[in-house]
Design a protein. Structure first.
Length: 412
């Protein structure tokens, strides 16, 4: 017998772990090379003809690094390319989107109170928006508008704000912020795949053919790398936002997302300025702190958007399967007795001010809707209640397991 819910959890865990590993590798190399490029000493007349150099120490050894503005006179025998970190970060991230938001569209992607969508419609909008985002961004960068970097960055920020608003008016709050992160990450990886790497291949091909490479290819690649540098931190926030209802389940979630992009700019500006030895702009930390305080206020001022809704949720066909399964009444009694003091519109447990993760378990419809979470968190594992604060009994957990498995036809 296969427990598909458990297998699904482990598959998500494996893909999520891969995503984290590759993201760390990509972000680490990206931040390192940006810092290296900004920190190069370019005031030295180097015999090698390099544009700049820097000495570094790490791990007990010393490194002498030189950068050529276009390319060296001869191609080295061994050239290391940094690309797979980016590609695998996107592939693993999109795989996670499929596993969580496409397979679980009725739970995580679609919110009928925001927009009534079918599953194919929601998935189509999701994929289409990612493709549209890259095409629009690339065309703007290649246009006359993109000749001025400052103007281009302001224009791109306006687009991101518009996408923040758009996503929150199509998908659930959780899915909206996640998609904004995926929208941005797609642009970043596409920059590597379609612009940065092809331009570097052109330079390599010219060197091998004995031609002098055109410096414009390096200039274009550097522009896209700079964009990636400033977008990285907001993407990290958006990818982690699904763990924080205070970020995604609020009336002003699209404004919060927009402000996060500004925090990414202020933080990276500080480090980029320090690395380039152009000062110590500590004012950026004050601005960042003020933006963060504003975000915190926006998240709690209206409380949750879900808290303003009245009435029970409308059960889907999948929900009805769990509501009609043997043992549902027992599970309803268990959950309302052991979990609803926290997972409620107005939690009664001391110190809990809103439903954790935005999950409510006060009505039979809400319990049926969260069947898989209840099964994993309180049935198969003992993750909930935390530290078993409500003293749920082993026999009660067994009833949850039997009910869920009966509903999905796996037997007890």
């Amino acid at each position: 017998m296969y427990d598909y819910a458990v297998l699904g959890e482990w598959l998500q865990f494996a893909v999520r772990w891969t995503h984290v590993i590759t993201a760390i590798a990509w972000i680490g190399s990206s931040f390192y090379f940006i810092a290296l490029d900004l920190g190069l000493h370019r005031d030295r007349n180097l015999a090698s003809g390099a544009d700049g150099e820097e000495w570094q120490v790490h791990g007990g050894g010393f490194y002498h690094i030189q950068k050529y503005l276009v390319a060296p006179e001869a191609m080295p025998d061994h050239l290391i390319w940094f690309k797979w970190e980016s590609y695998m970060t996107w592939v693993s991230g999109f795989t996670m989107m499929i596993l969580v938001y496409y397979f679980g569209a009725n739970f995580f992607l679609i919110d009928p109170s925001v927009m009534a969508l079918t599953v194919p419609q929601a998935i189509g909008i999701s994929i289409g928006s990612l493709v549209f985002g890259w095409i629009m961004y690339d065309l703007i960068c290649k246009s006359k508008f993109g000749d001025n970097n400052t103007r281009l960055m302001i224009g791109l920020y306006i687009i991101l704000v518009a996408m923040s608003w758009g996503y929150t008016h199509v998908f659930s709050g959780r899915a909206a912020l996640l998609h904004l992160g995926a929208f941005t990450a797609t642009i970043m990886t596409a920059n590597v795949f379609f612009i940065i790497m092809p331009n570097q291949r052109i330079v390599v091909a010219d060197l091998k053919a004995g031609r002098k490479p055109d410096p414009k290819y390096g200039k274009i690649a550097k522009q896209r790398s700079t964009h990636n540098n400033y977008l990285t931190l907001p993407v990290l926030f958006l990818m982690l936002s699904n763990h924080y209802p205070l970020a995604f389940a609020t009336k002003y979630n699209w404004i919060i997302a927009s402000l996060v992009f500004l925090m990414g700019v202020t933080i990276r500006h500080y480090f980029n300025t320090r690395h380039s030895r152009k000062g110590n702009p500590t004012w950026t930390w004050l601005v960042t702190a003020l933006i963060f305080v504003l975000i915190a206020w926006l998240s709690t001022a209206p409380m949750f958007a879900t808290d303003t809704k009245t009435g029970d949720i409308t059960p889907s066909p999948a929900d009805m399967r769990f509501a009609q399964a043997p043992g549902f009444q027992d599970v309803t009694d268990i959950v309302t007795g052991r979990c609803s003091m926290c997972h409620a519109k107005e939690p009664s447990y001391d110190g809990i001010h809103w439903a954790p993760k935005g999950v409510r378990l006060e009505t039979p419809n809400e319990i049926a809707h969260e069947a898989e979470r209840i099964y994993i968190q309180a049935g198969v594992t003992h993750a909930m209640p935390p530290a078993n604060l409500s003293f749920i009994e082993p026999a009660e957990r067994a009833k949850i397991v039997a009910w869920y498995r009966a509903a999905v036809g796996q037997g007890a």
